[in-house]
Design a protein around this ligand. Structure first.
Ligand SMILES: [Zn+2]
Length: 310
């Protein structure tokens, strides 16, 4: 006990000696910027912007479902050694704000990727909320490519502020990457212009509301209320709608059992296509260096096939 108190006193003393100014000190020029990002898109944006000057790590273990993830103490410790921490928003990572408050690292710069971007509600947004629910808000901002671009800019500015000696480098990388996102956004717009249907039927959780709105699609998720599986009546509704609209494809999500999508497909004779929300990737994909842009290119290909676009 005594040792703990002594240690705490030592820490306080060390912190107050070091703490002459409230500004975060810049990264020493002899080492790379250390960045921790919570989910895959942020990790990919950060490593692209950081290039060879940053050491970026993904907090989410590969393959793990992202919405229910909470970091363990040893994972939180990584923030003690980081210069920048990037998370999506308090609906995606409800634990982030309190974890950051508990971190004794005055160098740490925290980026709420969604700050300044308008969040939308899920269609059921006013329905009762349960423990793990996001309060009816849709956290999947990154699936709107313009939002992704805004987030990349924000990451570039955070890196520039933490490591001013390399500010131009980060800003240039961010600008290059934003140009690629704009080009992809353009391909989406053109690729989804003339389609047999504008109804995007997703047998996965409500994640593509932002994407659908951007390209003027009607988004139907079989899980409109977050986690809750559709009940029999809702499934019947979906099957009816598919028949009425003559839909021939149902999309399923990454890293989860496609049980519901499967059920709908079997009932209607529709085919299955992957629509990848890019929340997380598998260990193999991480090793192979899969990128957010590659995932979104694959999504465009599947959307064009599933919606019958010319
Ligand atoms: Zn999600």
């Amino acid at each position: 006990m005594k040792i703990r108190i002594l240690f705490a006193a030592f820490l306080v003393a060390a912190l107050s000696l070091a703490g002459c100014t409230k500004e975060q000190p810049a990264v020493p020029e002899t080492r790379k910027l250390k960045v921790v990002a919570t989910i895959f898109p942020l990790y990919d944006f950060a490593r692209t912007v950081g290039g060879e000057r940053a050491d970026v790590s993904l907090l989410l273990p590969p393959g793990v479902e992202s919405h229910h993830f909470e970091p363990r103490p040893e994972e939180i410790l990584r923030l003690n050694r980081a210069d920048v921490f990037v998370y999506m928003n308090r609906f995606m990572e409800p634990w982030a704000e309190s974890v950051v408050k508990g971190v004794e690292n005055r160098r740490l710069r925290v980026v709420d990727a969604s700050s300044g971007i308008a969040l939308s509600r899920r269609p059921d947004g006013s329905a009762e909320e349960h423990e793990h629910d996001s309060g009816g808000m849709d956290p999947h901002l990154w699936l709107d490519l313009q939002n992704a671009s805004t987030i990349v800019e924000k990451i570039g500015e955070a890196f520039a502020a933490s490591d001013p000696a390399n500010a131009d480098y980060y800003r240039k990388n961010a600008a290059d990457y934003r140009a690629r996102l704009a080009e992809l956004d353009d391909r989406y717009r053109r690729g989804l212009e003339n389609c047999g249907t504008r109804t995007l039927l997703h047998g996965g959780h409500y994640a593509f509301g932002y994407l659908a709105r951007r390209y003027n699609l009607k988004y139907v998720s079989a899980f409109p209320a977050g986690d809750a599986e559709p009940n029999a009546r809702q499934l019947v509704e979906i099957v009816r709608m598919m028949r009425r609209e003559g839909l021939r494809y149902v999309f399923y999500e990454e890293l989860a059992s496609p049980r519901i999508a499967d059920t709908i497909a079997r009932e209607t004779g529709a085919k299955l296509l992957l629509l990848n929300g890019a929340h997380n990737v598998t260990r193999d994909q991480l090793k192979q260096g899969v990128t957010f842009i590659a995932i979104m290119e694959e999504n465009l290909k599947n959307l064009r096939e599933g919606l019958g676009c010319r």
